[in-house]
Design a protein around this ligand. Structure first.
Ligand code: SF4
Length: 414
């Protein structure tokens, strides 16, 4: 498995696969061909289907600003390896293609060139199953965060501190921002109001309200193109920071213990990324918000003083109870159901941690089992539910809008 540095990336929303990765690919292509007369970028599959709502074009235009270029959208075509495919071409002044580059966005902001396999990437971890890691930890007495430190080196703490500060900043910015989120759905930012209400509520409402406010703050920052941390993706970026921020203020947690929890959460996300997928276009939202919930459940259990068995159990529950979660973003925007879904996953993560802490950590379905079931379930999902905005909630919303438009026309027709 790769370093958890490849999982946690500081960047600009709203989508790691549709905004951050295409921007990165465009920058790399431009570095290779700085002097082209013109450029052509073709987007395929899910990237083309929801790229407009996810601001893919904005990210590419910003990179090629001042140079002649065009973007072609081919949602009906899928390149062979992944559903988020891109073809970059450099053109002569007569419009002839001089060189081309096929590249894929594989989730969480990562890119993979054609001809490269995920195995070609630099390996930081020798074990890539929870079963093996548990065995190592049980024999040696190591906790998960110590296991991460051994693999990554002590420098990882500086990196995770930077990640935590970026996460905290996104919560604090989001808690103070108000206004309507761009995109046409008319959704207002709500984090500030939730925080105010939670702050002034009775104890039983306070916990739910604060977690909601923190998750809303980050997800609303993401939806408005603010700076966030992929955890593991942009669309699911509110779950882990919300759980950690709640823990910071309510579990008697120090900054160092939060960094250690981030390390454990990173290990969990890495296992899912390596053995299944964290891309909504590949496996639906279970790979994004489901994985985020699993990471946050593990982190919270560690912060509550759980054993490695209880941490693994919480991570397993966080993913298991999100199995089958579809990706059907309304109008292709990372707003409905994404923003609210982060709130519910953060709450579920903390509930999973409580449940695991009440247990002795024993359970029948292992974390590895649920990761492999998630992968299979994702492959079995029709493409309607894998970030194409053509089924589910996206379809229901469009149908209602069309009916309203027809009714309006009937009303105006004499
Ligand atoms: S529904 Fe889930 S996977 Fe799809 S865009 Fe929203 S957060 Fe990402």
């Amino acid at each position: 498995m790769e370093s958890i540095r490849e999982l946690y990336r500081i960047g600009v929303g709203p989508s790691s696969s549709h905004t951050m990765a295409p921007k990165r690919a465009a920058e790399l292509f431009l570095q290779r061909h700085p002097d082209g007369a013109a450029y052509r970028i073709t987007l395929y599959g899910s990237l083309a289907a929801t790229g407009k709502g996810h601001l893919t074009d904005k990210a590419i235009h910003a990179t090629f600003e001042g140079r002649e270029h065009e973007i072609l959208w081919k949602p009906e075509n899928r390149l062979p390896l992944y559903s988020n495919g891109m073809l970059f071409e450099v053109l002569s002044d007569k419009g002839r293609s001089l060189d081309s580059w096929k590249v894929y966005s594989t989730g969480g902001g990562a890119i993979l060139e054609e001809g490269q396999t995920p195995e070609d990437k630099k390996k930081t971890y020798n074990s890539h199953r929870m079963r093996e890691i548990l065995e190592v930890c049980q024999k040696s007495g190591l906790s998960f965060w110590e296991y991460v430190e051994n693999a990554e080196g002590k420098e990882i703490w500086d990196y995770l501190r930077e990640i935590w500060h970026a996460m905290k900043a996104s919560i604090e910015r989001g808690l103070h921002a108000e206004g309507v989120i761009e995109g046409g759905l008319g959704i207002r930012r709500q984090a500030w109001a939730y925080h105010q209400k939670a702050f002034n509520s009775a104890a039983h409402l306070k916990r739910q309200g604060l977690i909601a406010a923190y998750a809303l703050a980050v997800s609303e920052e993401n939806a408005t193109g603010g700076t966030i941390v992929t955890a593991p993706t942009c669309g699911s970026c509110g779950v882990l920071p919300a759980s950690l921020y709640y823990a910071l203020h309510n579990f008697n947690s120090s900054e160092m213990s939060i960094l250690r929890a981030l390390a454990t959460a990173g290990l969990i996300g890495n296992l899912v990324k390596h053995n299944a997928s964290i891309s909504g276009a590949e496996v639906g939202c279970q790979g994004e918000v489901g994985t985020a919930c699993s990471m946050a459940a593990a982190a919270a259990t560690q912060l509550l003083g759980g054993t490695i068995r209880q941490i693994e159990y919480a991570a397993e529950m966080g993913l298991e109870h999100n199995l089958g979660l579809t990706c059907d973003p309304v109008e292709g925007l990372v707003q409905i159901p994404c923003i609210e879904r982060n709130v519910f996953a953060a709450t579920q993560a903390l509930n999973s941690a409580d449940y695991a802490m009440l247990s002795d950590g024993s359970h029948r379905i292992s974390f590895d089992d649920v990761v492999s079931v998630m992968k299979q379930t994702g492959q079995d999902l029709p493409s309607l539910y894998r970030e194409t905005a053509s089924g589910g909630l996206a379809k229901a919303y469009r149908r209602r809008k069309n009916k309203e438009a027809e009714a309006q026309v009937r009303k105006l027709t004499p």
